[in-house]
Design a protein around this ligand. Structure first.
Ligand code: SF4
Ligand code: SF4
Length: 147
């Protein structure tokens, strides 16, 4: 019986059970381009305000927009995140960047199938190459937030 249950556990492992590679090149592409959302909760907003040394209310007024699904960071009109430095292409709040940014590319949506992962690799030059993340490390990140 032990063998049977082990087999069942193995068969439940996801397609990326051998791990996936990711190493950010710092290109900034995931923080720019098509308009989108960087979802933030109250705790994340608080951390960001602290990093910017701003009063919480003033920070929220300037950098957060309310959407029907929740709160998201403001973008420049061209779709760049408000915290992406226009010249250096670096994140200005890197230490306190939201979970959504920290867990890329190991999002539910990117891990749902090999095809979805391939699409993530197509838009992010750091995905699919470089450092190998094992299943546990991937799952840790995937479960942090549903994206
Ligand atoms: S697109 Fe990928 S490689 Fe480029 S900054 Fe984003 S995570 Fe890094
Ligand atoms: S907060 Fe930083 S890492 Fe996240 S999208 Fe904006 S610039 Fe990129």
């Amino acid at each position: 019986m032990a063998g049977a249950s082990k087999k069942q556990t193995n068969s439940k492992k996801p397609w990326y059970k051998e791990g996936l590679r990711f190493e950010c090149t710092g290109c900034g592409d995931c923080c720019s381009g098509e308009p989108g959302y960087v979802w933030v909760d109250d705790h994340e907003i608080e951390s960001l305000a602290k990093e910017m040394e701003m009063d919480l209310e003033a920070f929220e007024r300037k950098f957060v927009r309310q959407e029907p699904e929740g709160k998201s960071l403001v973008e420049y009109p061209d779709g760049d995140c408000i915290f992406l430095h226009p010249e250096s292409r670096r994140c200005l709040v890197y230490k306190s960047r939201p979970i959504q940014c920290r867990t890329w590319p190991f999002w539910d949506s990117n891990l749902s199938s090999k095809k979805a992962w391939k699409e993530a690799c197509d838009v992010c030059p750091g995905s699919g190459v470089g450092k190998l993340y094992n299943l546990e490390q991937i799952e840790e990140r995937r479960k942090e937030k549903e994206v």
